[in-house]
Design a protein. Sequence first.
Length: 170
Amino acid sequence: MKKIGLAMLLLASVAASARSQEQPPQLLVHAAHCLAVKGFLPSSRAKTLSFGYFLDEKSYPGEKVLYAINFAAPAKSKGIVFAIFLSQHNDHQVFNIQNNASFVLTVDPKKEDYDGASFVSPPLGGVWTQERLASAIEQIEKQPRFTIRVKDLLAADPSSRCESYTDPRN
């Protein structure tokens, strides 16, 4: 029985490692860059960060929302989820960070499977926003995680523009 458990643990570790080896999509890299330059990512001495994302084109009619998670570590089930509205302005892709919340994934002990997310710090916007973020976390958990080098987050991209709800109003 111990050999089966050890084999499953090894397989899960290899699968997690393989998932994080995929090249991150440029849309996610640009969004993570905006999170970094706007000061939304926790300070760390890590050389790489772990992200997941989900593009939602249905919840907000006429809007595209990129939900991104900065995981505490590649194999951890906690992190910060962000709602980033996407738009075009002239020749620039605009990444407008509109919400964020810290969360921890919960596991159903009977099923030994993902059961939902508990918010450590609830998002602004009430129950509807919280449900949207929880739904996005569920979608992201079904997809690969990507590792992005911190030095890549700091490289500016002239084709994108970063905005957030914390920006001063003019």
